[in-house]
Design a protein. Structure first.
Length: 231
């Protein structure tokens, strides 16, 4: 397991700067435009977007490299089992997610500092809120990746790559009135539940537990699929 983790880390270390640059190029203009009315939480928005995007790029980079030079087949020639390969990849993405949350928090706090200096920030958010936004984005991203990874392990990243554009396509549905109304209704229901409980902590904890359970189930499915895959 440690050797596989180190292998993936070496791969990410060589590409992380490029991914960081792409994420910043995309996030900065969006946050700037969204803050046109002196939004109260651009730091949270920047941290959330940056974290989710970088985690998706990490997933694409890792699985994309598997198909370069037949690395998948070569790796299985080592003293590792297909199940161990799957488990390592799931573990690595969680560890990468935690590191990316830290990086996203830094980006969010820098956003607050810069906009405060420019007098374009009404209510700067503190570290806990920015970090919470980054962590929440990572949890949502990991939940989606848990749904996608069994399919990736089955057909490979080249065929499965289109599935990673689905979240961005689905976001476009928010422009449709009925869909937007449903989403707003769910948001209102969560706000009412939070007010009833007096704290968002129980809701957040429930989401974390549900995501962890989904992640474990996804890993078990992927283990079974990858063990039967014919290269």
């Amino acid at each position: 397991m440690k050797a596989l983790l180190y292998s993936d880390w070496c791969l990410m270390r060589n590409t992380i700067v490029r991914y960081l640059g792409v994420c910043m190029i995309i996030v900065i203009p969006i946050v700037g435009m969204a803050n046109g009315d002196a939004s109260a939480a651009p730091g949270v928005m920047a941290a959330s977007m940056f974290t989710a995007m970088l985690l998706f790029y990490a997933m694409l980079g890792l699985f994309g490299s598997d198909e370069q030079g037949d690395w998948e087949q070569m790796r299985l020639a080592l003293p590792v089992t297909p199940r161990l390969v799957v488990r390592e990849r799931y573990v690595f993405l969680v560890l990468a997610g935690l590191a990316i949350v830290a990086a996203g928090t830094v980006v969010g706090m820098l956003t607050n500092v810069i906009l405060s200096a420019l007098a374009s920030l009404a209510v700067p958010r503190d570290l806990a809120e920015v970090a919470g936004g980054a962590l929440g984005a990572a949890i949502v991203a990991l939940a989606y990746l848990a749904l996608m990874m069994p399919y990736v392990f089955k057909v490979g990243m080249t065929k499965a790559r289109i599935t990673f554009s689905l979240p961005f396509i689905l976001c476009l549905l928010l422009n449709v009135g009925p869909v937007r109304d449903v989403v707003m209704g769910l948001g209102g229901a969560l706000e009412h539940l939070e007010a009833t409980m007096g704290s968002p902590a129980p809701i957040f904890a429930a989401i974390v537990v549900a995501t962890a359970a989904l992640y474990v189930v996804s890993m078990r499915i992927s283990e079974s699929i990858y063990a039967r895959r014919d290269f």
